[in-house]
Design a protein around this ligand. Structure first.
Ligand code: WTA
Length: 632
C-alpha cells in the first residue's frame, strides 16, 4: 500500500480506535499472503467453518471458465448458518430482529428458534414432493418467512429462486417458467408505504402460463381475502399445524459444488439470466467478506437495508450474517414512510452498530435535510456501507458526517449478482476516498483495459475486468452454459468481464463509472433495455421502442423511452402516461420510465440494431460519436 501520507485527493484515514478493534491487523500482510497463495488463503477461511467432509482440492481450474471450488467437500450452507450454532452458546443469541412497516409488530428469533422455523418450513416443502435439486420460486416481501423459506430450501437441497416482490406478473412468470419451479412460496399481500400490494393475485395471474407449478404455499401477512385454488394453494398456517410439519428434518449433505440458488439478473441482451451459486464456495466467500469488511463481532447488531430479493439480501441479510453467527435486523418498510426518520428511528431503537444501504437511499434522505436524523441518537453506529451504484462524493460526505458523525468509516462495496460477494471494497483499516471502493478484496486483482484487452494508463477509463477466480463466483447461467462463457469470459479470455467501466488512480484505487452494456442501473436495480423495450412493444400501440438511461438526481439513472407507433395510433400525453404505467405493470414499478417520447424513426445500424448510444448523446446534447454504422 502506498504510504498514507502520499495518497492523492480527498482522503479519510481510519481512526486508531477503529483500527484497534478490527479483525484485520495488517491488511498488506494478508493481501500479500493471498496474492502468493490464493488457495491457501481461501482454505484458511473455509477452515473456520464446519464441513461434513473436507475438500480434496481447493480450486479445480482444469475446465475453465467452469471453475470448481472445494472439490470433494461435503457441506450444507445451512449447517453453518444454523446447526453449527446450536452446539454453542449462540443457540440463545438473536439471529433476527424484525419490525413491521407500521412499527406495531416486533418479532425476534434466536438461532434456536430460527432452527425450529426453518425445520418446519423444510418439512412442509418436502411434503409437497420437492426433492434435492428441484427449483422453488419464492415471492415474498421483507418478512421473516422469506429467510425461513430460503434456508428451508437450502436445508433439503432444493434450489431457491427468489423473485423480488416488487416485480410484476410478466417478470415473475418468466422467472418461474425459466426455472421450471414446482412450488411457489408467496403471501396474500405486502405492505408498501401504507398500501397493500396483492402479491397472491400477481402469482395467480403469472401461473396461468406456468404449467410446471404444482403447489403454492401462501403465508398470511395482510389478512386480505384472496382467491384460493383448493387443489393448488395451501395456507402456510394450516400446513404448520399438521404433524408432518413438526418433526425433525435432517440437513441434507451436499457436495460443495451442488447448486444452492439461482437468481435472475438483467443482462445486455434478451431475457434475464439465471445466475447460479453453490453451497461450498459461496458459503466461504460470503462468510469471509462480511467478517473482514464489516468486521462483524458477536456484540454487533447488523442491518443490511436491502431486500432479500436481490443478491445483496441473499449474501448479506440471509447467508453471510448467519454464517458469522451475527444478529441481524430486518425492517419491512422503506426509509421515508411515514416520515424520513423511519430508518434512524430503527437504528436508535435497536442499537444498530453496522448499517449498509444504497446511494439512492442516501440521496433520497439527504433531500429531507439533517433535522430528521438529528432527532435520533445514532451513537451506536460504528461502521457504514453502501452498494449498488457509484456514490457521488456529495452523498458520501453527508452519510459520513450526518449519519456517521465523522466517526464511522464507509465501506463502498463494489460487487454483482454474479460475484456473490464483495470484490472491490475497503476494509475498516484502509484510507478512504469518497466515491471509490478502494482496492480488490484479498485474492483478487482488477484491471482497467481497452477494447484490445491492454491495460489503460492510470486515470483513464476502460473496461473493468477481474483476473482471478474467487469462491463465490457464479458457476454458470442456469440452463445456458454457452451464454455464461460468451457473456463473461469471451471478450478477454482468462479474465472475467464485469460489464462496468472504471478508472484506476495512481494510488491503485478503483473508481466505478457505470455499466457499459445495455443495462440501466436505476436506484441500484439492474434493468435491461431489452426487457423495457419488449414490455413497450407488448402494448398494442407500439411498433418499436428504445430505452436509454439518463442521469437522475435521486435514482442515479432514470429510464427514458422512445416509441414508434403503429398505424392508427396518434401520439398524446395520455398515451405516454399509459405506456409508463404499462411498463410498471409488466416489469416493476422500478422500471417505470421517466419519459416516453414518440418518434418517427429510431437510429439504427445497417444491420438493424438500435443505436441507443446515439439517442443518449442526442438527449444529452453531446456529440454522437462514431456514426459510420448508422443506416441512411
Ligand atoms: C453496480 C449488486 C459502483 C455495478 C450487488 C455492478 C456498483 C452492478 C457498486 C451490479 C458500487 C454495485 N459502486 N457501482 N459500490 N455496487 N454496482 O448485480 O454497475 O444488482 O455491475 O449487484 O451494480 O448489480 P447487481
Amino acid at each position: 500500500m502506498p504510504d498514507k501520507t502520499q495518497l492523492e485527493g480527498e482522503v479519510y484515514h481510519p481512526s486508531a480506535e477503529v483500527v484497534a478493534q478490527a479483525h484485520i491487523k495488517d491488511w498488506e500482510a494478508i493481501a500479500e499472503h493471498a496474492r502468493n497463495d490464493l488457495q491457501g488463503f481461501w482454505a484458511e477461511c473455509a477452515d473456520e467453518l464446519e464441513w461434513y467432509q473436507k475438500w480434496d482440492k481447493v480450486l479445480d481450474d482444469s475446465n475453465k471458465p467452469f471453475f470448481k471450488w472445494f472439490v470433494g467437500g461435503k457441506v450444507n450452507i445451512v449447517h453453518n448458518c444454523i446447526d453449527r450454532h446450536l452446539k454453542t452458546w449462540r443457540k440463545n443469541k438473536l439471529a433476527l430482529i424484525w419490525e413491521s412497516e407500521d412499527g406495531k409488530e416486533h418479532r425476534t428469533f434466536s438461532y434456536y428458534a430460527m432452527n425450529r422455523e426453518v425445520t418446519r418450513m423444510a418439512n412442509i416443502i418436502k411434503s409437497m414432493g420437492v426433492q434435492k435439486g428441484d427449483r422453488v420460486t419464492i415471492y415474498l416481501p421483507r418478512i421473516p418467512e422469506i429467510v425461513f423459506a430460503m434456508l428451508a430450501c437450502a436445508k433439503i437441497g432444493a434450489v431457491h429462486s427468489v423473485v423480488f416482490a416488487g416485480f410484476s406478473t410478466d417478470a415473475l412468470q418468466g422467472r418461474i417458467e425459466d426455472s421450471q419451479s414446482r412450488l411457489v412460496i408467496t403471501c396474500d399481500g405486502s405492505f408498501v408505504n401504507g398500501k397493500v400490494i396483492e402479491l397472491k393475485r400477481t402469482v395467480d395471474e403469472a401461473l396461468k402460463r406456468c404449467p410446471s407449478v404444482e403447489n403454492v404455499i401462501v403465508i398470511k401477512r395482510v389478512g386480505h381475502d384472496v382467491p384460493v385454488d383448493p387443489l393448488r394453494d395451501h395456507w402456510y398456517h394450516a400446513l404448520s399445524a399438521l404433524p408432518v410439519a413438526n418433526g425433525k428434518c435432517p440437513t441434507e449433505m451436499m457436495d460443495a459444488e451442488d447448486p444452492l440458488y439461482i437468481l435472475y439478473t438483467s443482462g445486455s441482451t434478451g431475457k434475464p439470466k439465471a445466475i447460479l451459486h453453490t453451497h461450498g464456495g459461496y458459503m466461504v466467500g460470503t462468510y469471509a467478506t462480511l467478517k473482514y469488511v464489516f468486521d462483524l463481532k458477536d456484540d454487533d447488531r447488523w442491518w443490511c437495508a436491502a431486500d432479500p430479493g436481490w443478491v445483496t439480501g441473499h449474501s448479506y441479510i440471509v447467508y453471510g450474517p448467519m454464517l458469522n453467527g451475527a444478529t441481524s435486523f430486518m425492517f419491512e418498510g422503506g426509509p421515508a414512510y411515514p416520515y424520513p426518520n423511519r430508518w434512524w428511528q430503527c437504528v436508535e431503537r435497536y442499537g444498530i452498530t453496522v448499517f449498509y444501504t444504497a446511494p439512492t437511499a442516501i440521496r433520497g434522505l439527504m433531500r429531507f435535510g439533517e433535522a430528521w436524523p438529528n432527532k435520533h441518537d445514532l451513537s451506536s453506529l460504528r461502521l457504514l456501507g453502501t452498494v449498488g451504484e457509484p456514490i457521488n462524493p456529495e452523498a458520501w460526505r453527508w452519510y459520513h458526517r450526518v449519519i456517521g458523525k465523522s466517526r464511522c468509516p464507509i465501506m463502498d462495496t463494489w460487487w454483482q449478482t454474479e460475484t456473490g460477494m464483495f470484490m472491490i471494497t475497503p476494509t475498516p483499516v484502509v484510507a478512504l476516498k469518497p466515491g471509490s471502493g478502494t482496492r480488490p478484496f484479498f485474492g483478487q486483482e482488477a484491471e482497467v483495459v481497452n477494447e484490445n484487452g491492454d491495460p489503460v494508463p492510470d486515470g483513464e477509463e476502460g473496461y473493468l475486468v477481474l483476473k482471478h477466480p474467487w469462491p463465490a463466483m457464479l458457476r454458470t447461467i442456469y440452463g445456458d452454459p454457452d451464454r455464461y462463457v460468451k457473456q463473461y469470459w469471451s471478450k478477454y479470455p482468462g479474465r472475467y468481464l464485469t460489464g462496468d467501466s472504471a478508472k484506476r488512480d495512481k494510488d491503485g484505487y478503483f473508481w466505478i463509472i457505470g455499466r457499459v452494456d445495455d443495462v440501466i442501473n436505476v436506484s441500484g436495480h439492474r434493468l435491461g433495455t431489452a426487457e423495457i423495450e419488449s414490455a413497450l412493444v407488448s402494448h398494442p400501440a407500439v411498433a418499436e421502442a428504445a430505452a436509454i438511461g439518463l442521469p437522475h438526481e435521486i435514482k442515479g439513472t432514470g429510464i427514458h423511452c422512445f416509441c414508434l407507433l403503429r398505424a392508427g395510433h396518434a401520439p398524446s400525453e395520455s398515451l405516454a402516461e399509459e405506456l409508463r404505467q404499462h411498463v410498471a405493470q409488466h416489469i416493476s414499478p422500478i422500471a417505470r420510465p421517466e419519459t416516453v417520447k414518440f418518434v418517427d424513426k429510431l437510429p439504427k445500424t445497417r444491420s438493424g440494431k438500435i443505436m441507443r448510444r446515439v439517442l443518449k448523446a442526442r438527449a444529452l446534447g453531446m456529440p454522437e460519436g462514431d456514426i459510420s454504422t448508422l443506416e441512411e
